[in-house]
Design a protein around this ligand. Structure first.
Ligand SMILES: [Zn+2]
Length: 263
């Protein structure tokens, strides 16, 4: 006869898989249980998205919804850690290849793969009921679409961008006063629109930006919201420089996104 499991057994098996993470005092059993109930939408499954989804899967998030419109190409393998040459040969959609890998890593969590482009028409449905949106995109236009939906739906959004050897991270927390539009009032264009197609990219830069985003996500989802970084994080892994720029609400500026929402 199969032994009936108790809550104690459940916690014991939970902490076995996650024992090293649970030992980390700011998370503990309570944080781990909160994480296990969390729902995270990851938009973009390239370099950043690979690391974000791997970290969240291994850490034990409850549900991941991964959205991306691209199929794999050979130039992706230099930095997109979830994929291999077979995926490229088959031209598999990134979300499908990602899900196939992730369910082998952790079969306890729900992983949904959506092969689609995110735009202003579908974003609200895609993040409805979720606790967090993680930015794995590669363009500012999509980030602004996510930012608006994040503000309108009061779903936190962790922005991350990377090119060459540097990148930025910012936590858009509804209620905190400054959204991504407040930070970047003009859309970057011309030589300011840096991306991996114009200035290249090294894989270590991708990994560190996504790791910082993942850490901020862990704080948010394990009851450590107060520990989240409040400024704009700038990091360059080539010269190992790190700045956190303090961001204050500008009372002169009426933000077209959060101005009326009292973010
Ligand atoms: Zn704003």
């Amino acid at each position: 006869m199969k032994k009936k499991t108790t809550l104690k057994d459940d916690i014991s098996s939970l902490s076995d898989r996650y024992s090293r993470q649970v030992l980390f005092a700011p998370i503990g059993i309570k944080g781990q249980e909160m994480l296990a109930k969390s729902k995270i939408a990851i938009i973009g499954c390239g370099g950043l998205g690979s690391v974000l989804s791997s970290n969240m899967t291994r850490a034990g998030a409850g549900t991941l919804r991964i959205i991306d419109k691209d199929r794999l190409e050979l130039s992706n393998l230099q930095r997109q850690l979830l994929f291999d040459e077979i995926d490229v040969k088959k031209k598999t959609p990134k979300v499908e290849a990602a899900r196939n890998k992730l369910i082998k890593i952790n079969s306890d969590i729900q992983i949904e793969a959506i092969f689609d482009e995110v735009d202003e028409n579908n974003i609200s449905d895609l993040i409805d009921g979720f606790d967090l949106v993680l930015d794995g995109t590669d363009n500012f236009k999509t980030r602004l679409v996510i930012n608006r939906a994040s503000v309108d739906s009061a779903v936190p959004f962790i922005y991350g961008a990377v090119a060459a050897s540097f990148g930025m991270i910012y936590n858009v927390i509804p209620g905190s006063g400054v959204c991504l539009r407040c930070l970047f009032r003009e859309e970057p264009s011309g030589e300011n629109a840096l991306n991996c197609n114009t200035v290249g990219i090294i894989n270590t830069a991708v990994n560190i930006i996504a790791s910082i985003q993942s850490t901020e996500a862990l704080k948010l989802l394990t009851g450590n919201r107060d520990a989240m970084i409040k400024g704009l994080i700038n990091i360059d892994i080539w010269d190992l420089s790190l700045d956190i720029i303090e961001i204050k609400k500008d009372s002169e500026y009426i933000c077209p996104v959060c101005g009326d929402n009292d973010v």
